[in-house]
Design a protein around this ligand. Structure first.
Ligand code: GTP
Ligand code: MG
Length: 195
């Protein structure tokens, strides 16, 4: 599934703009600035593919990337914070929720959690939405290079605890660093083996 190159297809601002649901897709969800776009760049091995930046609220559309002939990787706008007018934030959030609950071909949602911060109430809300939409989701811890081993273990058990309350959660948690490359091959092979 994870064969070939990746290319940007389109950025979508409304459900009516979604590309035809003719291939499997996986999406990357998470709080603003957690590292969604950076992770897409890391798994595709293409640095500038998804726009990443230190300004939370960087990704403001649902961005579709092909990965070979059979797969879409989907970069979502962040939730939880955005340095934008409330009306616009509400619009993205509505779109995000519609997408997460209404996309037939969505095989798995990766919910990204900052290794330093653990699961926050907004993450829990998104997980509940995925539960009720019956979308299997898997937690990806990001920025593993920024956390000390002892803090990491404490955060990991907090995440495990949070996941245990969500029927749609896949139990395996992936630790990643887009900066150093940790966990990226694992994530690639998980995606490659989806059916
Ligand atoms: P929004 O689009 O605003 O929701 O953000 P995002 O989740 O797409 O985050 P993005 O990938 O833009 O990364 C946010 C910031 O975190 C950038 O400055 C990245 O360089 C940094 N970052 C992302 N991943 C890592 C990582 O693994 N390690 C370190 N040290 N920094 C990272
Ligand atoms: Mg982004």
């Amino acid at each position: 599934l994870f064969a070939g190159d990746s290319e940007f297809v389109k950025g979508v601002v409304a459900m009516s703009g979604l590309p035809e649901a003719d291939r499997i897709e996986v999406c990357f969800a998470g709080r603003s600035n957690v590292g969604k776009s950076s992770l897409i760049n890391a798994v595709t091995g293409r640095k500038g593919l998804a726009r990443a930046s230190n300004t939370p609220g960087r990704t403001q559309e649902i961005n579709f990337f092909t990965q070979g002939p059979e797969l879409y990787l989907v970069d979502l706008p962040g939730y939880g914070f955005a340095n934008a007018p409330l009306k616009i934030v509400e619009k993205w959030q509505k779109l995000l929720k519609q997408y997460l609950s209404g996309r037939q071909t969505l095989r798995r949602a990766f919910v990204l959690i900052d290794s330093r911060h653990g699961v926050k109430p907004v993450d829990d809300e998104i997980m509940s939405l995925l539960d009720s939409s019956a979308v299997t989701f898997q937690c990806v811890m990001t920025k593993a290079d920024k956390v000390k081993a002892k803090d990491r273990d404490r955060i990991l058990s907090q995440v495990r605890q949070a996941l245990s309350k969500h029927p749609a959660a896949y139990p395996e948690i992936i630790l990643t660093s887009s900066e150093k490359g940790d966990g990226i091959p694992t994530l690639r092979s998980i995606i490659a083996n989806l059916e």
